[in-house]
Design a binder for this molecule. Sequence first.
Ligand code: GDP
Length: 446
Amino acid sequence: MVLAELGGRISRAIQQMSDATIIDEKVLNECLNEITRALLSADVQFQLVRDMQKNIKAIVNLEDLAAGHNKRKIIQRAIFNELCKMLDPGKPSFTPKKGKPSIIMFVGLQGSGKTTTCTKYAYYHQKKGWKPALVCADTFRAGAFDQLKQNATKAKIPFYGSYTESDPVKIAVEGVETFKKENCDLIIVDTSGRHKQEASLFEEMRQVSEATKPDLVIFVMDSSIGQAAFDQAQAFKQSVPVGAVIVTKMDGHAKGGGALSAVAATKSPVIFIGTGEHMDEFEVFDVKPFVSRLLGMGDWTGFMDKIHEVVPMDQQPELLQKLSEGNFTLRIMYEQFQNILKMGPIGQVFSMLPGFSQELMPKGREKESQAKIKRYMTMMDSMTNEELDSTNPKLMNESRIMRIARGSGRQVREVMEMMEEYKRLAKIWSKMKGLKIPTRGDMNMR
Ligand code: GDP
C-alpha cells in the first residue's frame, strides 16, 4: 500500500527534525514542508494540507516552549492529532442495531467496488450474528444483478432483484419491503454506478434514497482516484445524505490519500476499507490506530489487546515494564518472537508492533518471515545468558559470532544479519523509554 510510503516519509521528516541539535523555526518549517510534499504526492487535497500545516504551526509555538520541554514529542503529537483530525469528521456514522431493520444504501461510481463491497459488508455482519439481505437496484448495468446474486449465493445471503423490471426505485422499495417482512435487520441496497458523474445517476440515486429512506448512505470510493476524490465525494454528498465512506482497493498501488479528501468532502467517517477481491478482505477502519500505524508508531490498542490475549497474565506487567524502560535486550527480542509466533495471524500482529512492521515481515511473505524468526531463535538458543541480557551490541565480537554460528549450525552471515535486525529494533524501542504505555482502551499515543 502506498499509504505506508506516505507514513514512512512523514516519520522520516519527524526523525530528521528530532536529530537536529536545536529545533528552531527553520527546522520545524523543513519538517512541515516535507510532510506537506509527502501528503500532496499521496493525492491529499491541497487545501487540507495547507490547513494542517497552519494548524500545527498555531499549536507548536516554539518561542513559548521553555527549554526542557520535549519539543519533538509536542510536534509529533500535533502532527498525529492533525492527521487524525483529517480522517475524523467529528461525528460517528449511524450504527445499525441488531434485531431492528436498518436500511443501508450504497452509492459510488461504476468500478469503484460497490457491488463487491455490499457483499463484504453483509458477510462481515452476518458473521457477527446479523441477518443481512441484499437488494440489487442497479438496473443500468447489464449483469449487475447476476454479479450480486452470485456473490450473495456464495455468502448464503438472501437477495432481491429483477431481470425485467427497469425501474430501480420500484425494485428498491419492493426489496426493502420483502426483507422487512422476513425480519432481516440489515437491508443493503446496491444502486447503479456510471463511468462518469452525470445528472441522471444523481437523480436516480436521489429517487431511490427518497423512496427507501435509508438509515445510512455509504459512499464507496476506489482508493486510486487520486486528486479527483474530493470533488467526486462532494458531488455524491450534494445529492444524497452520505453518512459514511468505504475506501476500496487499499491493497493495490493506489496512493490512498484520496481517502482523507473524501472524509473532508463528505464530513463522514471512513468505516471500512477493502483490502482485496475476496469476501473477507475487508477491515474495520479506526482513525487513531490507523494513523499510529501509518507513522510507524505501532497500534498500541491493538497491540495491548493482543498482549492481553496471548501473554500469560502473570508475565504482562513485566513485559510492559521492560518496554517502558526502553532497554531492548536480545532476550526481550527472543521473548517477543515467541509471543509473535503464538499470536497469529502473524502479519496483522506485526503491523501493530512498533518497529516490527514491513521490513521484518512484508505482507504476503508471512511464511518466509516466520521461518526467519525461527532461524533467529535457533541462533539465540546458542547464546550465553550474558549475551542475551546485554544491551551492548559491541559485546558480540567476531569470536562470539563465530561460536554462535557453529553452535546453531548457521552461517556467520546469518548471525550478523540477526544482530543487525536486533540493532534496528533496539534503536526504535529505545525511543519508548519513559513513555507511559497506555492500558487497554486508552489513547494510542501519548
Ligand atoms: P462496482 O461497479 O462499483 O459495483 O464494482 P465491482 O464491485 O464490480 O468491483 C469492480 C472490480 O474491483 C472487481 O473486479 C472487484 O473484484 C474489484 N474490487 C472491489 N473491491 C476491491 C478491493 O478492495 N481490492 C481489490 N484488489 N479489488 C477490489
